[in-house]
Design a protein around this ligand. Structure first.
Ligand code: PMP
Length: 381
């Protein structure tokens, strides 16, 4: 079948598979001082450098974690230790929103959740205003949204936040490996990412912690003091190696891949909109990731569409909240009606997507949506 759910998880890049297989064949705890241990530590160091190259930061500023959820938890907890106000947005992933809610639950008024406009963008004026009115200690805004692909223009945000002494964290899970990240220029203090979104394995990610920032050094996981005390536990060497190899592979062809994928995304959106009158693309006029198409097919519930096109793997809302009966909090925050939010499919493309796959997906989606809309009309009538 055609796999168009890269934002849920992407297929492994061949280079990552190969590097992991090699790592799995060797023994060695990266903390051991014998030859095998040093060999494992060397692989980890190399991966740290590959990732640092992708992000333009120093290898010593990277902590490996079990994924972006853990990285977000660690970042928010460490940055918020001294209290104050957290500013975040209504379209964040639950791995940020729920952490922020948990950390601030005891102190009323200590969490500010910024609204977004119809395109899914935060209002910079409302943001700077909230900075002036309150004692903001931490700002957490995602670099790119997982459901719509909308990119946050973080530079003015970082500048305004730093001016009042607040730290800035970004959940860059969907952005890293898709478009260039330059941490020197971006100037955020903390950045989370996850390997499985850009061709590495599931269950491994990283947190960038800028050198010299003030944090409470309180790990989520206590133990042997690995990762400079931030994250105890024997390192997941094969996973980290897979992350590093995927980062290196992505880095080699970042812009070529991005423009190739954007063309395929435009083809998908253009064909579906032309053949299915009334359908619309969410956030099409905002800066977006190259590989995400969030398309609403009014009158056709997404779960029924997906059930009618078993040959295409796409997503209704985000996989992370799959099973939840409520409509996407992202689309609702953007002002879509519940019905339209429920009639939205997220197609996400990536490094291995081909034009032939897109053409097959168009045929299947047109047939499925037409079928579901007819069915709904018949039952309504
Ligand atoms: N943040 C965003 C924006 C995501 O899309 C995801 C994955 N759905 C996560 C965080 C969580 O990442 P992980 O699966 O590595 O915990």
């Amino acid at each position: 079948s055609v796999y168009l759910d890269y934002n849920a998880t992407a297929p492994m890049r061949p280079a990552a598979l190969k590097a992991m297989e090699e790592a799995l064949h060797s023994v060695g705890n990266a903390s051991s001082i014998h030859h095998q241990g040093r060999d494992a530590a060397g692989r980890v160091d190399q991966s740290r450098r590959f990732l640092a190259d992708l992000l333009n930061c120093s290898a010593s500023e990277i902590i490996f974690t079990s994924g972006a959820t853990e990285a977000n938890n660690l970042a928010l907890q460490a940055a918020y230790a001294e209290g104050g106000l957290i500013v975040t947005s209504a379209v964040e992933h639950p791995a940020v929103l729920e952490v922020a809610r948990a950390l601030t639950s005891e102190i009323p008024g200590s969490l500010s959740v910024l609204p977004v406009d119809r395109l899914g963008q935060i209002d910079l004026e409302a943001f700077t205003e909230s900075l002036q009115r309150y004692d903001v200690t931490l700002v957490s805004l995602m670099l790119a949204n997982n459901e719509t692909g909308v990119i946050t223009d973080l530079r003015p945000v970082v500048e305004a936040a730093h001016a009042v002494g607040a730290l800035v964290h970004t959940d860059a899970t969907q952005y890293v490996g898709k478009l260039p990240v330059d941490l020197e220029e971006l100037d955020v203090d903390l950045l989370s990412l996850s390997a499985h979104k850009f061709g590495g394995p599931q269950g491994v990610g990283a947190l960038f912690i800028r050198r010299g920032i003030r944090l409470s050094q309180r790990p989520l996981v206590f133990g042997g003091g690995h990762e400079r005390g931030w994250r105890a536990g024997t390192l997941n060497v094969p996973g980290i190696v897979g992350l590093g190899a995927a980062a290196e592979a992505a880095n080699h062809r970042l812009l070529d891949e991005a423009s190739r994928i954007a063309k395929l995304r435009d083809l998908l959106e253009g064909e579906l909109l032309a053949r299915l009158p009334g359908s619309y693309v969410n956030s099409s006029r905002a800066p977006r990731l190259p590989g995400v198409a969030s398309i609403t097919f009014p009158g056709a519930p997404a779960d029924a569409i997906l059930a009618s096109m078993p040959g295409v793997a796409a997503s209704d809302g985000s996989a992370c909240s799959a099973g939840a009966p409520s409509p996407s909090h992202v689309l609702v925050a953007m002002g879509l009606s519940r019905e339209d939010a429920d009639a939205t499919i997220r197609f996400s493309l990536g490094h291995s997507t081909t034009e032939q796959e897109i053409r097959r997906a168009v045929v299947a989606a047109v047939r499925a949506v037409t079928h579901v809309q007819a069915l709904m009309n018949a039952t309504a009538g």
